[in-house]
Ligand binder design. Structure first.
Ligand code: G6P
Length: 612
């Protein structure tokens, strides 16, 4: 998982940068590097592998500087090599970057036509050259960065230094976290405050779209070109990584962490628009043999499995069943040879899922039936990861809120990667289709970022739920499990009774419940089912139900009397369930806050259910 550390001080900050990188190691990475500005020179060291390799190299070269940036990289575009490690340089400029520049190929071509030579395969290097080019017209580093930022598409955070500006550190936050650590006569930046705790406990949390210029003595922040003040927050000394930071609740923090969490999960599997050679390599022999998939999970993880069923069957033609673990484990299901059993679990410790796995393995072994097992999990050291043949980690980082958010969307991301891998191994997906879906996966963080911008609109809608006792969520296809998930979220944290239904079932029962008092949430992405869904909406309206619609911006569904619409950015049908998770999470969050419940620790519920 990429990490950024940087600083501008009077003293040498070499050791502060290295220590900061070490503190980010837990996130995972495959190379590390730093660049320091010293006496008009850019001193750079980069190494593949652990931060200790970089540390040793820096110690040997004995480089020091009072302005610098450092980075741990998890390869996304280009292999994990020294050349691809950050910082990337163009002349006197060095850049570190988290996130993805989606349009880097177009930008790269333009820059190459202008004569810029690239020394890496990364998307990041375009940023360095773009700034160099902008500086030709204007010798103001901040203005040059400001000029090029609108050209960058995607979700990202940047740290930038230049040897001609030895007291200036420029940062940009657009979709990847970035925090400023406020010191005395020195200032720092990082993607995670944890990295800066040895040097300060005072932080400024940048907001999306913010740019900042840090010197030793000043911090200037700009939003849309206008200077703006952001509060300095002081953390108490005992703060750990499990801190809410700028957010009121862990749940909200975790909702906002989704663009980055998804990107991390993608990074382990994709190199550009292809699957990495090392991604689930050991599982290839098993994947080539399997004839079907059985998914087992509980709670929110079960909903992720329900969506994966659509993907396995529709995308690569592989039969797939999904079942709640507490049912599966007690009904003595037939163990079918050449089945891939997939456990999905945030914690990897859920008692029912673990018991279902163990029982399946035991019975398969006793009867000599060939099966393979795989866990999709957020905890690398968990029982399920240890006890299955293969695993795929959701690199969401610790999830503290009991109601699962970022674990869910990264499970979905992981599932799509798994489907692509199985499809590729079994030659059930063309390279073109795989490439197309990979490109859309990289696009996900920025679409989610745009969707998060509807937070205020969703907050306004949530006020209309506060007095309600019941709520219905409707969706079709892969939005049906999102309807279930939306209902689960709402009941878990706001204690409003909610039900999710496949919209096609409306006439078979739930329509009887619809009256003036019944809010009905509709999930309406652009897909083949949209017209049918519109008919369902009319059925609800005809009975006096009030509609709350999360609809594709091109769906032509607009707000009117008793129909409130939030328009969601267009996304490919395959990945729409991931994006539509966001508004239902935000809705239940705001309703719960307004109702004054304990959002992060709802009554009677636990994060990890390790007993039956
Ligand atoms: C509990 C949590 C849910 C979670 C479920 C399954 O009910 O509150 O958020 O979805 O357990 O947990 P797992 O760790 O297996 O995903």
């Amino acid at each position: 998982m990429c990490g950024i550390v940087g600083g501008v001080a009077e003293r040498s900050i070499t050791n502060i940068l290295i220590e900061g990188l070490k503190r980010l190691e837990y996130r995972g990475y495959d190379s590390a590097g730093l660049a320091l500005v010293s006496e008009g020179q850019l001193l750079r060291e980069r190494r593949v592998g652990k931060v200790i390799n970089l540390d040793t190299a820096v110690e040997q070269s004995d480089i020091h500087g009072s302005l610098g940036i450092a980075h741990t990289r998890w390869a996304t575009h280009g292999k994990p090599t020294e050349n691809n490690a950050h910082p990337h340089v163009s002349g006197k400029i060095a850049v570190v970057h988290n996130g993805i520049i989606e349009n880097y190929q177009v930008l790269k071509q333009k820059l190459q036509d202008l004569g810029y030579v690239f020394s890496s395969e990364t998307d990041t290097e375009v940023v360095a050259h773009l700034i160099a080019d902008a500086l030709k017209e204007n010798n103001n580093l901040f203005a040059a960065v400001e000029k090029i930022v609108p050209q960058l598409e995607g979700a990202y955070a940047l740290g930038i230094v230049h040897t001609d500006y030895p007291d200036e550190l420029i940062v940009v936050r657009e979709g990847s976290p970035l925090v400023i650590g406020v010191g005395i006569g020195e200032n720092f930046i990082s993607s995670d405050q944890l990295a800066l705790l040895p040097v300060t406990n005072r932080f400024i949390y940048l907001e999306e779209g913010d740019m900042a210029r840090l010197t030793r003595d000043s911090i200037e922040i700009f939003a849309h070109g206008q200077a703006i003040e952001r509060p300095v927050k002081e953390l108490d000394a005992t703060v750990s990584h499990a801190s809410k930071g700028e957010y009121k609740h862990f749940m909200l923090k975790e909702i906002y962490e989704q663009p980055e969490a998804i990107q991390q999960t993608l990074s382990q599997a994709l190199n550009g628009n292809t699957l990495r050679d090392d991604f689930l390599k050991d599982a290839e022999a098993d994947f080539s043999q399997i004839k079907q998939v059985q998914i087992i999970a509980c709670g929110t993880s079960y909903h992720a499995g329900m969506i994966a069923k659509y993907w396995f069957e529709q995308l690569i033609g592989l039969p797939c069943q999904v079942e709640i673990a507490s049912e599966y484990r007690y009904r003595s299901p037939v163990i079918v040879a050449d089945t891939l059993y997939v456990c999905v679990s945030q914690s990897g410790e859920t008692a029912d899922t673990l018991a279902a796995l163990r029982d399946t393995q035991k019975r398969a072994a006793a009867n000599n039936i060939n099966i393979a097992t795989l866990t999709i999990c957020n905890v690398a050291t968990s029982s399920m990861v240890r006890e299955t043949n293969h695993h795929l980690l959701t690199l969401a980082g610790p999830e503290i809120g009991v109601a699962s958010t970022k674990a869910f969307t990264t499970q979905l991301t992981a599932f799509m990667l798994l489907v692509l891998k199985v499809g590729q191994t079994k030659q059930q997906i063309s390279a073109a289709q795989l490439g197309e879906i990979a490109a859309t996966l990289w696009h996900l963080p920025s679409v989610i970022l745009k969707t998060l911008q509807f937070n205020n609109a969703i907050l306004n809608l949530s006020e209309l739920f506060v007095e309600k006792n019941h709520c219905l969520f409707l969706g079709r296809g892969t939005q049906f499990p999102i309807a279930l998930e939306g209902a689960l979220k709402l009941k878990e944290i706001s204690y409003i009774h909610a039900e999710g239904y496949a919209a096609g079932e409306l006439k078979h029962g739930p329509l009887a419940l619809v009256d003036n008092e019944m809010p009905v949430v509709i999930l309406a992405p652009m897909d083949d089912m949209l017209d049918k869904l519109k008919s369902n909406m009319e059925e609800v309206q005809a009975r006096g139900g009030e509609l709350f619609v999360f609809a594709d911006e091109n769906s032509e569904i607009n707000s009117k009397d008793r129909q409130h619409v939030v328009q969601i950015p267009t996304i490919s049908t395959w990945l729409a369930p991931i994006v539509y998770s966001i508004p239902v999470q935000l809705l239940s969050y705001h309703v719960a806050v307004l109702r004054g419940t304990d959002v992060d620790q709802p009554r009677n519920l636990a994060k990890s259910v390790t007993v039956e």
